[in-house]
Design a protein around this ligand. Structure first.
Ligand code: GLA
Length: 402
């Protein structure tokens, strides 16, 4: 990355000794999808696939990506949306930070990423957060981790038109190595839940790219808002769908039509599954017994069923992948992860078995669909940070990939 930065600087007089590097990870969500924008619970982990930004202060914003084409060249004072999709995220982050009072300091830098794009592993949040850290650092601008995550979430809404929740940006900021983050998206309070050492978290990319801007994501969000406003006529204390507990679900459903009822049913039961899953991770910290394995399998299966049937966020290929995984000996549980409508599946397995199981699943998937799946055995990673000794490790880690 250093050579690429030197090349980008060319013969301009920028001081390379002031170069700094920042990183932000992608994420995999163990449990709790489509709950974040409904004020609910999520249980994601950061993964060891990440985006890095190496930069020096400058009077303009000049960025090159080492993975995708396009050069972003912006005036830091008037961050207009630049050409190329990744450039729009950069300009969105700049605009949000400037609204929060960041001074118009530029930077020249290069960006490198190992987060698969469009696979439900939050490549856009990793880009936004790593760049936001760099932009704040060069301007000596301080935000709390959640303020920075919120700014990046708003940037995504602003430039990509996706009314996403806070999960991806928040976990990219606050995750801790070896843990999943149990986040309450209403209060933004969180705690880290250790992932047992014997357990591996695997992302299996179905090979079906999805773009949230082109998916039903915003429509679902609107349906949830409609459900909320219908409920509020009968249950005025309810401020978001996650205020409805399992014990109130039947009553709440009686006030809604069939479609809105199904959306609500997913959100309420998914919140309950997040709590159960967090509890199970703690109980299972030593070797798993049969009862534990069965409980995990059931929670994953009911989340998958709810996402596909109640929330209609499935895709024939990810449905197939989950079906194959669930039938594979040694897979503890599998479900689609992230927004859905394609992308990746998360599965849990014993660490000593994870690679074998992943290969078996990918082979069966190829035979069934003709599509190639890619398994990423992930190590739960640390949230975003500055890399101070980057001179010694200028290449992003790729994590464990099959
Ligand atoms: C996307 C969004 C998140 C979240 C998930 C679904 O990843 O960016 O905010 O809503 O979908 O859980």
């Amino acid at each position: 990355m250093l050579d690429a930065l030197k090349q980008l600087i060319g013969d301009r007089e920028l001081d390379l000794s002031g170069a700094r590097m920042f990183r932000a990870p992608g994420r995999i969500n163990l449990m709790g999808d489509h709950t974040d924008y409904n004020g609910g619970l999520v249980l994601p982990a950061a993964i060891d696939y990440e985006t890095r930004v190496l930069c020096v202060p400058d009077n303009r914003v000049l960025l090159r990506s080492l993975d995708v084409d396009g050069l972003v060249d912006l005036d830091p004072g008037k961050a207009r949306v630049a050409g190329g999709t990744w450039g729009t995220y950069i300009s969105g982050v700049l605009a949000e930070l400037s609204d929060l009072g960041r001074r118009a300091q530029g930077l020249t830098g290069v960006i490198d990423s190992t987060v698969p794009v469009g696979r439900g592993l939050s490549s856009s949040a990793a880009l936004e957060v790593s760049f936001a850290l760099a932009a704040c650092a060069v301007a000596d601008f301080c935000l709390t981790p959640m303020e920075l995550a919120e700014a990046c979430r708003r940037a995504e809404e602003r430039v990509a038109g996706v009314q996403c929740g806070i999960m991806d940006q928040a976990v990219a900021m606050v995750a801790k190595e070896g843990t999943a983050t149990l986040l309450d998206c209403q209060t933004l309070e969180f705690e880290q839940v250790p992932i047992p050492n014997w357990m591996s978290v695997v992302a299996i990319d179905s090979g079906i790219e999805r773009s949230l801007a082109g998916s039903s994501y915003n429509r679902r969000r609107r349906e949830c808002e409609e459900a909320l406003s219908a409920l509020q006529s009968f249950m005025p204390h309810v401020t978001n769908l996650s205020d409805i507990k399992l014990s109130d679900l039947d009553e709440a459903l009686s006030y809604l039509d069939e479609l809105h009822g199904r959306r609500l049913h997913h959100v309420v039961t998914e919140n309950a599954r997040v709590r159960q899953m967090a509890d199970l991770l703690i109980i299972g910290k030593d070797a798993p017994d049969a009862e534990f394995e069965e409980a995990i399998g059931q929670i994953f299966a009911s989340s998958q069923m709810s996402l596909v049937e109640e929330y209609e966020a499935g895709h024939p290929n990810t449905n197939k992948l989950v079906e194959i995984a669930a039938d594979t000996e040694g897979c503890l549980g599998a479900r689609q992860t992230g927004a859905g409508w394609g992308g990746s599946v998360v599965l849990l397995a014993r660490s000593d078995d994870a690679r074998r199981i992943s290969r078996t699943i990918c082979d069966a998937y190829l035979e069934a669909t003709g599509k190639t799946a890619r398994a990423l055995v992930c190590t739960p990673a640390q949230g975003a940070s500055e890399i101070s000794d980057f001179m010694n490790q200028a290449k992003p880690t790729k994590g464990g990939s099959e």
